[in-house]
Design a protein around this ligand. Sequence first.
Ligand SMILES: [Zn+2]
Ligand SMILES: [Zn+2]
Length: 102
Amino acid sequence: MAFPVEINHVKAQGIVRITWDDGHVGEYPKMYIRGYCPCALCQGHDSAVEKRFVEVPDAGLVAIEPVGNYAVSFRWSDGHATGIYTFDYLRSLCPCGECEKS
Ligand SMILES: [Zn+2]
Ligand SMILES: [Zn+2]
């Protein structure tokens, strides 16, 4: 299982930069993270759709909070904070070209 050694909210660029324990670095636009919020509210109960993207154009990232030792949650400016992003899920979301290929 991939494990992040560093999670940085780079406010000026509107991204979250995650450094993984295998040396991989992923840069996640905050809107992208918000859009793939894994909570039941955002994903609904339609199992036919694997990953639903919820468009929240003005999403502001307020805080990143650890959840146990397996996940983090993101707190958004609209008050939404129910998404638990496991490290595996976050890694699978990595938007870099290298990860998209595999
Ligand atoms: Zn959500
Ligand atoms: Zn990647």
